[in-house]
Structure formats: C-alpha cells, structure tokens
Design a protein around this ligand. Structure first.
Ligand code: BGC
Length: 773
C-alpha cells in the first residue's frame, strides 16, 4: 500500500476538495470524473490546466475506438492482429474566463475560496472558485457539469459568474477542441495504448449562431464522430460575440458587460453522436438531442438526473454507521460503477470505466464476475444489458473459436471493445478460457435472480450452448482422473498455461451441467424456441449428453497430503516464491520480473481457487475452505486489485472477521485513497464493485443458489450498524445489521422464504433475529 496523502474531505454523500493540490491533480481528475455509461469526462477543469504535466485531459465515449496493428517481434498463428483503443475524443467542456485579458486558471490565479464537489446524490460535479484578478477585481465562479443518465448523448456544463466588487467587461470563451490524443504506452502494460499521434481527423468545423461543432473521423476504424455544443445565456445579458476558429478548434467568444453583484449564467449543452451507433443519422440525432435539451433547460435536466440517482439509491444504497470514511468509499464506488457502465447492449464497462486510458478501455471478465453481480441485485436491467452485449458479440466469439481450432462453439475474447480478441499476450489472455464459464455463471445468476425467461430464450441459452461446446472440445478423459482441461490459464495471472486449473475446471463443470439443464428445460417448456436455436447452431442432442457426462466426470485437482485444492496439476510442485527476501518496492512483481521467473514459482497475483470457494461456497465444507484459504493466503501478493475483496468475502465465510475487515479496508477506498498509486490512470472498476460484494456477500453473507437466497450477517467491530438492499424476483429486501440484531425487511413485493443463518424464515414484512457471533 502506498502512503496515503489524501486531500479530500469526508462526507457521506459527497467527495469534497477544499484545496486544489497540483501534485494530486491527475488522481483527482479521475476521482471527479462524471459519466453516464456512454460519455465519460475526466474531472478536468473547464478552463484546463496551464502546465500539461499535471493533467490528462480526457473525454471518452464507451465503445468508440480506434484500431491499430498489433506489432509482434515474433508472430504465431491466430495471434490477434488488430488492437482496439478507446479514444480520447474531442474536448467539449472548455470554457475560459478572462478579465482585463487576465485568464482565470487554477494554477496561477489568486483564489480566495475554492471547493470542488462530486455530489453522489445528484450525479453532478460542482466547483466554486472566488478569483481575485491582478487588478483586485473579484469574481465568484460556479461550475456544474453532468452527463445525463436520461439521454446518453447529452452532457451539460453550467457556469455562473458574479462580479463581486466591480462592473465591467468579462470575457467568456466556449470552445470545442479536436486536437486530442491518447496517452502512449509506457513500460507498464496497464497504462497507455499502442496509438500514437492524433487518431481523429477533422472533416468539418462549424459555427452557426450559438452552436459549434466538429465532425471528425477515425483513421482506421472508420467511424465518424460529431461533437456539438449549444451555448446559451439563461440570464439577460448585454454582450458582443466573436467566432473563434483555428485548425482544430471552434468556439465563440462572448464579451459581457458585467454588472456588480449581478449573476451571469451560461449553459453549454453538449452532444456526442457517432456512426458506431447510427449510420448516417448522426446530424439528425444531434439536432434532436440539443433541441430537447434546450427545451427542457438545464435545471430540468438536472432534476431528472437527481431523480435517476434517487431511484438508484432507493434500490441500491448501502449504509455503514460508525465509519464515515467507509460510507463515503462505498457510495463513491457504486456511483462510479453506475456511471461507467454501458446500458445499451452495445457497450460494456472497461477495467477503468470511462475515467482514464488504462487498459485501453477494454472489457474483461471483470464484468461478469464483479460488475454484473452488483447490478443483478441493485439494478437488474443493467445486468441484462451487459449480458446482451455478449450476445451481440457472439458471432465474433464464434469466429475466434474457429481461429483457435474449435470446429464448433464460441470463445469470448479476454480483452475487447468490439467483440474481437485484441490481447497480444496470449498466456495471460486468450489462455484464460474461463471467461466462457464466467459468462455462463453470470447468466445463471441473472436468471436465478430475475426469472427473466425472455432473456434466457432469446439470448442466454444460445450463449450457454455455444460456449459450453468449447469446454467439451477442449477437454479429454484421462484414466484415473476424469475429464481434464489442458493448457489454460486461470484467473491468477502469475501462473500460466497449466493443466487442470482447478477454478477453470470447477467453473466449466458448472457451465456444462447448466447448458445441459437449460437445453432440457427449454425443450420441455418452449419447444419451438428450442428447435429454433437447435437449428440455428446445428445442435446435436448427443452433445447435450456429452456435456452432462463431462460435467459429471470433471476432474477437480485435490492434494490428499495437504488436503487442499492445488491451483492446477503442477502448482504444488513448484518452488514457493521467496517473499521474505523480496523488497517491498518490487511489487507488483509483474513490473520487476520476467513472466517466466514468476511462472516458475508458487505465487499468485490474485484470488483464483479462493474465488471458486466464494462462487461455489455451497460445495465445500468450512474446514476445507479454511485449509484452502490459509494455503493461498500465504502465496498471494494481491498485485491485482481484483483480489482483496474476494479474500475478504471468503474470510467472512470461514469466520475470520478481523481478517475480512483488513482485506475489505484495502478495497473500499482504493481509489479515493489511491492505494495503488495509479488512480490517475483511471478507477479500478472491478475492485469498486468488489467492495459492494465485500459488504453484501462478505459481511452480509448473502448468497443466491437456484431458488434459495440466504443471509448470514456478521458485523466488524468498528461498525455500529450497516444495511444493504437486494433486488430479487420483483422484491426489494433490506438487510439491516447492528451489534445485536439482524433485521430483514421486505420493502417491495410479495412474501418470500429466505434462509437466515441456515434457518428458513418466511419474510412477510419484517423479521428480527439475534446477530450470530
Ligand atoms: C487482472 C485481471 C483483470 C485485469 C483488468 C489484471 O491485472 O489480473 O484479472 O481482468 O487486470 O482489470
């Protein structure tokens, strides 16, 4: 963990910065990002920062990418050839303010009062600055920014200016800037991209009355992007106007006759439309978006934003009493997940959300194992959209399977934006076949929680069958062992290309039996649909029999001597990493050792089998979990931010509450406190959702298996009370835990049977039980 030097204040519903700190500026740009799942804007100041080394100006559109050739020194068959990078797009949020030709700037202006707030209740970013110019003129400036949850193409910036001690000219310049670039990768694979130079070519710039726009085009992926902004004063103003245009920029300069103490209010409605969403319609859609926005007005757009957030918190809020820092952390995390996640079935969520360029905006298994679980139980319609995204890229997964010599079936990519595999380092990417089973697991959990039959029939079943085919093809029977899967990598990226990764095998077992079950279920209950799918994918009924057989005979490695599950066939025979003599600064190991050095040792980057213990916690005894947990704890570095939350959950399960708390503390404020020192590159999205899991599945002991949900709450010493909500089969259940009691409350929906500490109870309205210790 890095030394925490936090400059943010604690507030349960807000992230507050009172002093602008140049050193932490890039990190705070990530933290103060706003988005709506489609548009993401880093928390850059509207006027920018003078010294570019303290800022990463970033605006991103989910799913909008440039392609580039992946350059290999040595290439082999079926290596992905084309990389994809989420583009840093035209910067539309620029608003500059001048008085007597002096430019307002947070770096060298005299600031008398300052506050920046990310309001988690409202979904709005706010900033106040009182500025004294060199000639002693004082102005109060207020900025607000939002990306509308109601209209994914719309963002808005509101600026108000009050000349506090003078009347006179104030210049306001509203620009959009097409001179944008992505960061270029340094040595850290988690930072930049293979792109260099500008990727967006400007085709056309326009200024028409109060509207400015830039039409641009990507060089390789061939998408057009239209960015437009409508500029309006909402206060009666006396001003003159001048157009601004240069090679990359268009804008309008307003020279306003400011009057002492009289507020000037200015709104910039921004729209982004691309041909990735609409063929040639982007101008029409832009017109519709901006017209509607102007008609509604900023205050109504904001009202709807607040309404959206209110509905979200009503069904999703987590409360922690007795620890305001954690309370802030968990709400901040949930807010960021909400605003980073695509909700249109064409987009997903990148490892860094829409807040930075780390991992090039790629979507990973993080979605199915971390993000979707949070949405299934808080906002299930978003979970469905994320799964639909997989369905919409199923053809690409089929193509990939053929490239990987599977005659049938679909293999989902490890890293992607458009559905094609774009990861160059196959030992830690393509080899992670478990992604297929992870997607199957998410479908199962989504279905169990929603009973969304329409989804299952229309999308889910086909994905399940096609992805199950890969495991059947991949595996083979070995005498004395059973069905074995060779040459794969499990979730732990410090161990690669092994036989019988226990996690993969267990997940594949579950996947294969689920596929067989669903095939029979649909055949029996929706035969027409079954026949349609069967025909479409040329499903042979014999395959279903083979899936079942493979599942029943799946080999799960077990070491009789240690009585633990080895991570794979060779794991236990490797030398244990010399943790004692590894200096602190050599972590994360991936930045200091060649992969081979790491692979030769027993050392885990992240939860692998421990994750299986959580996902399939019903299949193992407590004693078994304890032995496995204790073994893997000793060899895990947690160099991946996806790891501590899982260890926290399993620690709770086995009754190690203090330990669980320590792990949990590494997750809840990971980005707010910049534990990994790289929040500047973007949030750690999976960890954020993982912190929700840490409370709900960890301390709350929530599990859902088939038709049953169970809770086994515990409370860490430092908390007085906590609560969370679970959406399940049209019901909203609130779980409230204090030092003595557990209270289950049915907020919405019809009575339901639930298990509380292994005892079945009928939840009609409210149930109170003593807390187990
Ligand atoms: C982890 C992967 C994860 C990726 C993106 C890597 O460091 O090892 O499990 O999918 O980050 O978050």
């Amino acid at each position: 963990m890095n030394e925490i030097k936090n400059d943010l204040l604690i507030d349960e519903w807000k992230i507050v910065e009172k002093n602008f700190n140049l050193e932490g500026s890039k990190k705070n740009e990530t933290i103060f990002s706003i988005g709506n799942g489609y548009i993401g804007m880093r928390g850059n100041f509207e006027e920018g920062l003078k010294d570019k080394k303290y800022t990463v100006e970033g605006t991103y559109l989910n799913g909008f990418y440039e392609t580039h050739e992946i350059k290999y020194g040595e290439k082999a068959y079926a290596f992905p050839e084309i990389g994809q990078t989420m583009l840093n797009v035209i910067n539309s949020k620029i608003i500059k303010i001048y008085v007597d030709d002096e430019e307002f700037n947070m770096m060298d202006s005299e600031i008398l009062d300052y506050e920046r707030v990310l309001d988690l209740k409202e979904g709005v970013l706010k900033r106040k600055a009182v500025w004294r110019t060199k000639t002693g003129k004082e102005l109060e400036l207020n900025f607000e920014r939002l990306a509308s949850f109601d209209d994914k193409h719309l963002a808005a910036v509101k600026v108000s200016i009050i000349p506090l001690n003078f009347s006179g000219k104030i210049k306001l310049v509203s620009l959009i800037d097409g001179n944008v670039k992505n960061l270029t990768a340094e040595d850290d694979p988690r930072v930049g991209s293979g792109l260099s130079g500008r990727s967006l070519e400007i085709i056309e710039k326009n200024i028409e009355d109060d509207e400015i726009s830039i039409l641009s085009k990507t060089k390789n992926s061939n998408f057009k992007l239209l960015c437009a902004a409508k500029n309006l004063f909402t206060t009666e103003q006396d001003y003159t106007v001048k157009s601004i245009e240069d090679e990359y920029i268009v804008g309008i300069e307003y020279e306003i006759n400011g009057v002492e103490k009289k507020k000037i209010e200015f709104i910039k409605y921004i729209s982004y439309t691309t041909t990735r969403d609409y063929d040639d319609e982007i101008f029409n859609v832009k017109d519709r978006v901006l017209k509607r926005a102007v008609k509604m007005g900023y205050e109504n757009i904001k009202k709807n934003q607040i309404e959206y957030m209110k509905r979200f918190w009503e069904s999703a809020d987590v409360e922690i009493e007795g620890d305001a820092k954690l309370q802030q952390g968990i709400r901040f995390n949930m807010f960021h997940i909400l605003q980073s996640t695509g909700k249109d079935s064409k987009t997903n969520i990148g490892a860094k959300g829409l807040t930075g360029e780390g991992y090039e905006g790629h979507y990973f298994w993080d979605t199915e194992m971390y993000i979707i679980p949070m949405f299934i139980y808080t906002k299930p319609e978003v979970a469905r959209k994320l799964l639909e995204y997989r369905y919409n890229t199923l053809d690409k997964a089929r193509e990939r399977a053929r490239q990987m010599s599977h005659e049938k079936g679909a293999l989902f990519p490890w890293r992607t934006i458009n559905g094609e595999e774009c990861s160059a380092y196959f030992p830690a990417s393509t080899a992670q076949y478990h992604i297929n089973a992870d997607i199957a697991y998410a479908i199962k959990k989504y279905y169990e929680a929603t009973l969304d039959e329409e989804f299952l029939i229309k999308y889910g079943a086909e994905i399940l069958f096609e992805t199950a085919r890969i495991f059947e093809d991949l595996g083979h029977y070995v005498e004395g062992k059973g069905f074995c899967i060779d040459g794969v990598t499990g979730p732990d990226e410090y161990t690669a290309i092994v036989n019988n990764n226990a996690y993969t095998n267990l997940m594949a077992k579950d996947h294969l039996s689920l596929a067989a079950y669903v095939a029979e279920y649909i055949k029996k209950n929706f035969n027409d649909e079954y026949q349609r799918i069967k025909e479409k994918i040329e499903l042979d009924e014999e395959e279903i029999v083979r899936w079942k057989k493979a599942a029943d005979n799946m080999y799960i490695p077990y070491d009789e001597k240690l009585k633990i599950h080895p991570q794979d066939d060779s794991f236990l025979s490797k030398k244990i990493w010399d943790f004692e003599n590894t200096p602190k600064e050599n972590y994360p190991l991936l930045l200091h050792y060649h992969p081979l050095v790491i692979y030769r040792h027993q050392v885990c980057k992240q939860a692998d089998w421990v994750l299986a213990l959580y996902l399939h916690s019903d299949k193992f005894t407590k004693e078994q979990k304890i032995r496995d947990f204790e073994y893997y704890e000793k060899v895990t570095t947690h160099d991946s931010s996806l790891s501590p939350c899982i260890f926290s959950i399993v620690a709770c399960d086995i009754g190690y509450i203090d330990k669980a708390y320590d792990y949990f503390m590494r997750t809840a404020r990971m980005d707010l406190d910049d534990h990994h020192g790289n929040t500047k590159d973007g949030i750690h999205a999976a960890n954020m959702a993982g912190s929700w899991l840490g409370i709900v599945a960890g301390f709350g002991g929530f599990r859902a298996f088939e038709d049953e949900i169970l809770f086994s709450p515990r409370i860490p010493q430092n908390w007085n009370r906590y609560s969370f909500k679970i959406n399940y089969r049209q019901r909203l259940i609130k779980v409230d835990v204090n030092k003595e009691k557990v209270i289950l409350q049915l907020i919405k929906g019809s009575p339901i049977k639930v298990k509380l500490y292994d005892k079945e109870v009928q939840l009609e309205d409210k149930i109170e039980r003593d807390l187990a210790n």
